[in-house]
Design a protein around this ligand. Structure first.
Ligand SMILES: C[S@@+](CC[C@H](N)C(=O)[O-])C[C@H]1O[C@@H](n2cnc3c(N)ncnc32)[C@H](O)[C@@H]1O
Length: 414
């Protein structure tokens, strides 16, 4: 027996008619009976509801509830991914208080080697072909650096790698450890351009396989060693490092584990050694979650167990581990730009992407990339590079010059 949806439709139509004058959101809702309702002038985004069940994803219109409806095919959305996310967050603001800021404090994520390996597998082992379709050619999967704001994605990723390696004053023959080496781009750059001997570790099997292939093809096998290894299992008795990088990795560590993460880095570093930690941070002073339900969506579908500290907590935990912060640089705008470029690539490659992953995965990542661009642009999250030294008080153990001028070798003004 067919269930009549007429009463719900009438109710909804009356409700929308009452709400419309109070909104100016460039959204057109198309109901399953074909009726259209615009929540603002000149709609940029159209939502097509497949039936009354889709409505529960608007009650409340939190970002996780909306995104889940789209990912599960309860409704279709037409428009640019970044407009879709902008409209979604404006809808969310109408119905959801900025809750969730303190969620993690009462419900910390649980981390151990097995859980973390599983979480990494879910995120990074989608397939190398998938990431190749929207990252730059070197497959750098972290915030790029746009010295003039006009660089291409590829140029900005190379500029980021060099910015990090120059900050570290990496010298020929020095031992560099890259924690969370991804597909090996930083390790290869450090060997090729700076003459370093590099160990890179990743938890992702797909990354490990491709990074090893790329190192071999570049003839760097004698200089770069890629390991499928948890950073906690690197043994300091096998030799200390002159320099350490960790780029886009400490988001996986967990708030409760940051002290032991920095203690491990400190233990692996020679006295006077430098570390560059580049990672996403919470903009909530108490290290709370991303607002409007965004954190719940990311936790469930994209980045299980990810946790972001406020930069002050990261600095505190570094200090406790004997690492003195020498330089702190905010790259928030750079990540908003990077993510917007990734999102544009994703949109332009949508057919190819759909041929290598499921429709659900395609939808999750489409909304995730555009959503993260929005989150950085809105200052919901941030990102910092922190250069620190295992210095002690001896002047001889502080390797950096008196000024920061050395960090900008190609620039006249700093
Ligand atoms: C966002 S990716 C960044 C990759 C690379 N640094 C880049 O910029 O392209 C994070 C990396 O951290 C690695 N990772 C996460 N947790 C790890 C752990 N416990 N031990 C070693 N690597 C880890 C992942 O496998 C992945 O390679």
């Amino acid at each position: 027996m067919a269930v009549s949806v007429k009463p719900e439709l009438d109710l909804l139509t009356r409700l929308l008619a009452r709400l419309q004058p109070h909104f100016d959101i460039p959204l057109r809702l198309v109901l399953w009976n074909g009726a259209q309702h615009d929540l603002g002038t000149d709609p940029l985004v159209t939502v097509q509801l497949s039936g009354p069940r889709a409505l529960r994803h608007f009650l409340p219109p939190s970002l996780d509830n909306l995104a889940e409806g789209y990912v599960n095919g309860q409704f279709d959305v037409l428009g640019r991914a970044q407009d879709i996310v902008d409209v979604a967050s404006r809808l969310a603001e109408t119905g959801v208080p900025m809750r969730g800021r303190f969620g993690r404090l009462f419900n910390p994520a649980r981390h151990d080697r097995t859980r973390d390996a599983r979480a990494i597998e879910q995120h990074y082992d989608v397939s190398n072909d998938f990431y190749r379709l929207w990252l730059d050619e070197a497959m750098v999967y972290s915030c790029a650096y746009f010295p003039s704001g006009t660089e291409t994605l590829a140029a900005a990723q190379t500029a980021k790698l060099d910015h990090i390696l120059v900050k570290l004053m990496l010298q020929p023959g020095e031992r560099l450890l890259d924690i969370g080496c991804g597909w090996g781009a930083l390790a290869m750059r450090a060997a090729q351009k700076f003459g370093a001997k590099v160990v890179g570790v990743t938890l992702s099997k797909n990354q490990y396989t491709l990074a090893c292939e790329r190192v071999d093809q570049a003839g760097l096998a004698g200089q770069v060693e890629i390991r499928l290894q948890d950073y906690r299992d690197i043994d300091e008795r096998d030799g200390l490092f002159d320099k350490i990088t960790s780029v886009g990795m400490f988001e996986h560590v967990g708030l409760l584990h940051l002290p032991s993460y920095f203690a491990k880095i400190s233990a692996l570093l020679k006295d006077g050694g430098l570390v560059l930690n580049h990672g996403i941070t919470s903009t909530d002073p108490d290290s709370g979650e991303c607002p409007l339900g965004a954190a719940s969506f990311i936790e469930k579908y994209v980045f299980p167990n990810g946790e972001l500290p406020h930069v002050s907590k990261a600095l505190r935990d570094m200090q406790s581990a004997g690492l003195e912060a020498l330089d702190v640089e905010c790259l928030r705008r750079h990540y908003a730009r990077t993510l917007a470029l990734w999102s544009d690539n994703f949109e332009s490659q949508s057919d190819a992407i759909r041929s290598v992953v499921s429709e659900t995965t395609y939808r999750v990542w489409r909304i995730y990339l555009a959503g993260c661009a929005h989150a950085f642009a809105q200052n919901w999250v941030s990102i910092y590079q922190v250069l620190a030294c295992k210095a002690g008080t001896s002047e001889a153990l502080n390797p950096t010059p008196w000024s920061r001028a050395y960090m900008y070798p190609n620039s006249q003004s700093h």
